[in-house]
Design a protein around this ligand. Structure first.
Ligand SMILES: [Zn+2]
Length: 158
């Protein structure tokens, strides 16, 4: 899902579980649960546009989402807990970034036959993350996300 969706749920987790280790563990797990729901995000359709554009969108969206979560949950959770929860909730996506940035391109879907160990390693992390990842196009892919985030916010605030 978008970094914004992950960061918002992480904010609610931090507000509910003040202990940073607990909040980080739950936030990290929440990433995979949320990604298993069909959704759209900045990475969807990346092959249809230049990689730099996707990169700029992704960075801007991540910073915006983190700021929004800070703004909404800043007064409701310890600052350290909030920071580690947000980072943990987005971390799985950052771990797959090296594959996209360094190796993948529009016509390349997997490592070349003679790829080096680092390329294979990045690809495996990317694959692992995407075991859970289900995509949906706009506007449905955004609607599922809004519903998912709303659901988690309600459950966590009760
Ligand atoms: Zn993800």
């Amino acid at each position: 899902m978008t970094a914004t969706a992950h960061a918002l749920v992480a904010g609610a987790i931090a507000a509910k579980f003040p202990d940073p280790v607990t909040a980080a563990a739950i936030s990290f797990s929440s990433h995979f649960i949320m990604d298993s729901i069909p959704h759209w995000d900045v990475g969807t359709n990346w092959r249809m546009r230049p990689k730099t554009i996707t990169g700029i969108f992704a960075i801007a969206e991540t910073i915006g989402g983190m700021c929004l979560s800070f703004f909404l949950f800043g007064g409701h959770a310890p600052t350290l807990t909030l920071i580690v929860a947000i980072v943990a909730s987005i971390l799985p996506d950052w771990l797959e970034t090296p594959w996209y940035v360094l190796f993948a391109h529009q016509k390349k879907h997997e490592p070349a036959p003679r790829a080096g160990i680092w390329e294979r390693f990045c690809y495996h992390i990317y694959k692992l993350e995407n075991t859970f990842h289900t995509k949906a196009q706009l506007p449905l892919g955004l609607a599922t996300q809004v519903v998912t985030v709303a659901f988690f916010l309600v459950v966590l605030s009760s």
